[in-house]
Ligand binder design. Sequence first.
Ligand SMILES: [Zn+2]
Length: 247
Amino acid sequence: MLRMMCITAHPDDEAGGFGGSLRLYRDRGVETSVICLTPGQAASHRGGAKTDQELAALRRKEFAASCEILQVGRGIVLDYPDGQLHRLDLYKVVYELTLCIREYRPHILLTFASEGGVTGHMDHSMASVFATLAYHWAGRNNRYPDQLKDGLTPHRVQKLYYGTANFTLPDRPAISLSPATTIIEIGEYLDIKIQAFRAHASQAPLFQLFERHVARRGRQELFHLAATMDPSMMIQETDLFVGVKDE
Ligand SMILES: [Zn+2]
């Protein structure tokens, strides 16, 4: 069984950034997992929550509902502080993500690129940094060797992809996007992606904006192949799993 892991920063990123591909590959028989670093407790849109704790609890439920629509096999919201990922101890966060990779053993890993996606959100940038290091270190026996007990072994993920786009937003921080190497035609899954985003009801004021962005992307999700186990020249892909060995 092929496995795919997606590392994000906030509940709703899984739907907004990766929803079409998550559900498309699930329907092709791929096992999927999403690790979301924060429960999104610093969001400007608070869905009536009075405290950060209330908002976190609400957004965890919305995340679960979105994962159900996307049929994510294993959706996990960690407890890092929203808006503060750049202040954390990098070595500790990467420790946790490396452990997640060694346990789940995905064939491919998806995350944001270091610019932080089209919104340029700093948490997305940090998710990229943490996930990229975890990608590289999970396969090495000299990184976090204390994890390598009770049968847990290093795991090399075959490919690392960053989500990307072919447009930027005028009213957001200036960003420079990674070139698209991989175009996934999500077709009918666009509607499911929108439905999953709408499961994040506390973020309802963003729905219109989101649907405008989605319309610009059309029925495609774009990715940048950032690293691969088999050294190769860059090629244009239409499938995230091309060349991946099921082992
Ligand atoms: Zn986000």
